[in-house]
Design a protein around this ligand. Structure first.
Ligand SMILES: [Zn+2]
Length: 259
């Protein structure tokens, strides 16, 4: 690949024009989201998301959708990523699509000198991203946003292994049916336990993996999976049988990986 086109591509990540347009459509879509019942069943699942609402059109028509199969990546020096996560009170919600933990404002990442605040994290079963065609048992997504409305999502793949203590706290407090956020008294979760030690990663520009599928996400998916037990995955799957969107074509995007 030509160096110039790679640099142009990387600059898309830091430019604001790309995001500002999409961000307003995202806000509009979020405002109307409550009216449209989307899910993962045949009648309301990923294959028909684009038809459920005009706000979800990009789910079908978009060319930069997520998740993708992580293969054929171009080795590159990825921007410096620094995590600043604190132990967090467990504010947990079953939103009907996943288990989500809403986080406090003092958690952030710094990417290339820019701060992105952590808003929430949640889980998918099975994983949404695949590495060289292989999907994992589960995947955790940490959703961040900066003041300009740009999103960075960190993805941690989860493979079968030993029990994960942070996930265990979450599973023990997980509401079985959809409802409002609950704060679990006296329970703090250490989010770092849900991330791999090695920060080598894949990086590409993509979308939210749920409606409205807005294409304003810089994805960083760690190469090293973390471990969760089979029993933990099964406990999650009892509430969410499958909440992973199928793989989307990479199209004309560059997929980068740590050198
Ligand atoms: Zn997600």
């Amino acid at each position: 690949m030509q160096r110039r086109s790679l640099l142009k591509y990387l600059s898309m990540f830091t430019g604001t024009g790309v995001y500002s347009l999409s961000f307003s459509s995202l806000q509009a879509a979020i405002a109307s989201q409550g009216k449209v019942e989307w899910g993962y069943k045949e009648e309301n699942g990923p294959e028909v998301w684009g038809e459920l609402s005009p706000d979800f059109n990009v789910c079908q028509a978009g060319q930069q959708q997520s998740p993708v199969d992580l293969q054929g990546a171009i080795p590159a020096k990825l921007p410096d990523l620094r995590l600043s996560y604190q132990e967090c009170p467990l504010r947990i919600v079953n939103n009907g699509h996943t288990i989500q933990i809403n986080t406090e404002p003092d958690n952030r990442i710094t990417l290339d000198g820019q701060d992105f605040e952590l808003l929430q994290f949640h889980f998918h079963y099975p994983s949404e991203h695949a590495i060289k065609g292989q999907r994992y048992l589960m995947e955790a997504h940490f959703v961040h946003r900066n003041k300009g409305g740009e999103f960075v999502v960190l993805g941690a793949l989860m493979q079968k292994g030993k029990r994960n203590e942070a996930l265990q706290l979450i599973l023990e407090s997980m509401p079985a049916i959809a409802g409002p956020e609950q704060t679990i008294a006296g329970v703090n979760v250490n989010m770092v336990q849900l991330l791999p030690v090695d920060q080598s990663a894949y990086q590409y520009f993509g979308s939210l993996t749920t409606p409205p599928c807005s294409e304003l996400v810089r994805w960083i998916v760690f190469q090293q999976p973390i471990e969760v037990s089979q029993e933990q995955a099964e406990k999650f799957a009892k509430v969410f049988t499958s909440n992973a969107r199928p793989l989307q074509p990479l199209n004309r995007r560059f997929l980068l990986e740590s050198l």
